[in-house]
Write a new protein. Structure first.
Length: 90
């Protein structure tokens, strides 16, 4: 039996998987930006910005700094992370 947090995570992962398989909700697929901010990546993954920043802090998600403070993530690193961490609903 799944805990409610596990069930919510599986539902979110299923929604992301459906969007990635069928394109975005609109008619045109969303173009890749040159780099993601933690905020835009959190919107893409339907999670909190804090979660994205924690992934960066733990070293699970490669990043670079733009200027002294701004964190950015390359689209290729996002694609690699998504491939390694895909969750398929049962």
């Amino acid at each position: 039996m799944f805990r409610s947090a596990d069930r919510a995570a599986l539902e979110a992962a299923g929604a992301i998987l459906q969007l990635s398989e069928h394109g975005s909700a609109g008619s045109e697929p969303e173009p890749h930006p040159n780099a993601y901010s933690p905020r835009t990546l959190a919107k893409r993954w339907l999670c909190s910005e804090r979660h994205v920043r924690n992934l960066i802090k733990r070293g699970d998600l490669p990043h670079f700094k733009f200027g002294e403070k701004l964190l950015r993530i390359k689209p290729s690193d996002v694609d690699d992370f998504e491939r390694r961490n895909v969750v398929r609903p049962e």
